[in-house]
Ligand binder design. Structure first.
Ligand SMILES: Nc1ncnc2c1ncn2[C@@H]1O[C@H](COP(=O)(O)OP(=O)(O)O)[C@@H](O)[C@H]1O
Ligand SMILES: O=C(O)[C@@H](O)C(=O)COP(=O)(O)O
Length: 450
């Protein structure tokens, strides 16, 4: 039965956290939303429901993937509370709210409002840590300032994010307008004094009930924070904080053996593969450019064509991908939205051409392509972008993801059952955060699948 329950505000974040938990010795399942946590009725609710319920029961940690990062605040809060209730019902006693290592949010939320309601629901009164640091992917926090590969967040490409542009680097200042609770900072010097000193500092009466941004620059710092907060009912942060956790499959004497907690691949080498990229991030743009230079067949989504005749434009993309498989299954076709910053449309809602915002249009188009191409035989699908992954996995009617072979820090293969066209298909999915992965990930990720 799981004891650690996590709520991730997007799908790439969910697999990012899950891959770290697996590496730390937790058998981990990602469920798509809280509904998949509900056990089937007595007598069995059917094959897939039973399998998901069994997977949850056998897990040490469960991560609920939500699409709440950019949702309206009420929706994000409601979904997160439902996830918390589901995790409690599944047996979890400790909780982890996973948000982006670049603190993706707006002055309205959703990091603050979700943290507030989770703490209310848990009746937690102590301090709660806020730890976006994830050194393995270049995210560090010093003096409360968030850096991305050494560059302050506000100067990083995240300032141009289409949904959550990050134009400040000060985490206390970013979080304060989002929460009802006081926000404080504990700086690196205190972390470096060790877990006992940090625990004492967090337990100071003046921090009671506060959200406390804690500096962390190295994995050792994260280990110290994890040790100092071992009795906190809720921790919040990126996946880095999980580096300091130790799961039941990690024996006291030995390092965790992640292979004991990893699921086998669902696909076979040579099965039809596909890359779907809705991400606008600079890392993904470099990956798209590399893939094209390396000869992956590619198509950029044509927003005008999608607005003019959505069905025909999607069918065209699907036909292109299928024709690529007929030629060779060695070079997966790439369907992508953004190759250059100039591709980004900034108009939203009524201001967008035809009243259809590009972000919604791209998500809908890539989700439709995924559905049709899985029905047509795709068994390995790499998706770039968190919002995009949410749309794709939802369209594929996937209920749970079993974490498999890691690809890069924060990126992993996961096997899943997709129900499209009334049939079940076993697929391997890699949900890549826009910002993660080496430049050659679209050509190299396949080699890590058995
Ligand atoms: N040309 C475009 N103009 C505006 N928004 C776009 C465009 N292409 C993609 N998008 C949207 O940008 C968002 C990217 O978010 P996400 O998928 O989380 O990836 P990332 O955070 O890496 O950029 C998605 O909602 C996607 O639909
Ligand atoms: O913590 C992170 O940076 C990632 O897990 C993540 O959430 C990134 O989000 P997207 O770039 O929107 O995929």
């Amino acid at each position: 039965m799981p004891t650690l329950g996590a709520i991730a505000d997007d799908f790439t974040g969910a697999t990012d956290l899950a891959t770290t938990l697996v590496a730390r010795g937790f058998r981990t399942v990602v469920t798509v939303g809280p509904a998949s946590l509900v056990p089937p009725p007595a007598g069995g609710g059917g094959g897939e429901e039973d399998a998901v319920a069994r997977g949850v029961l056998d897990a040490d940690a469960v991560v609920v993937a939500l699409k709440s990062r950019s949702a309206p605040v009420e929706e994000a809060v409601g979904d997160s509370l439902a996830a918390l209730e589901g995790l409690r019902a599944a047996g979890c006693t400790r909780f982890y709210f996973k948000y982006c290592s670049t603190f993706d949010s707006t002055p309205q939320g959703n990091i603050g409002p979700v943290t507030d309601v989770l703490l209310d629901a848990l009746g937690a009164t102590g301090p709660t840590v806020v730890v976006p640091s994830f050194p393995a992917t270049g995210r560090t926090v010093a003096d409360g300032l968030l850096y991305v590969h050494g560059e302050p967040l506000e100067l990083s490409p995240m300032r141009h994010h289409p949904l959550t542009p990050m134009r400040d680097s000060d985490v206390v200042r970013l979080l304060s307008p989002q929460t009802r609770r006081p926000v404080a900072l504990v700086a690196l010097g205190k972390v470096r004094e060790g877990a006992a000193a940090l625990r004492d500092a967090l337990n100071a009466p003046e921090l009671s009930g506060s959200l406390v941004v804690v500096d962390a620059v190295t994995e050792e710092d994260l280990g110290t924070i994890a040790a100092a907060t071992a009795d906190h009912p809720l921790v919040t942060g990126a996946a880095g904080l999980a580096v300091g956790l130790r799961g039941p499959r990690a024996t006291a004497a030995a390092a965790p053996d992640p292979d004991t907690a990893r699921a086998p691949a669902a696909s076979r080498p040579g099965d039809p593969a596909l890359v779907l990229s809705g991400s606008a991030s600079s890392a993904t743009r470099a990956q798209v450019a590399h893939a094209r230079d390396a000869g992956l067949p590619s198509r950029k989504l044509d927003l005008d064509a999608l607005r003019a005749d959505f069905e025909a434009a999607v069918e065209d993309l699907v036909a292109f991908a299928r024709s690529c498989w007929e030629e060779s299954t060695d070079r997966p076709p790439l369907l992508y939205a953004v190759g250059d910053p100039a591709d980004l449309e900034t108009g939203d809602g009524d201001a967008a051409p035809g009243g259809v915002p590009a972000s919604a249009l791209v998500e809908k188009a890539l989700a439709a392509c995924a559905k049709r191409l899985v029905a047509a035989g795709a068994r390995r699908v790499l998706v770039a972008g968190g919002e995009t992954s949410g749309a794709v996995v939802t369209a594929l009617a996937v209920r749970a993801l079993a974490i498999g072979a890691p690809i890069a820090p924060g990126v992993t293969w996961a096997s899943a059952r997709s129900r499209v066209d009334g049939r079940e298909h076993e697929v391997d999915l890699a949900l890549k955060s826009g910002n993660f992965g080496s430049t050659d990930i679209f050509t190299e990720a396949w080699s890590t699948l058995a």
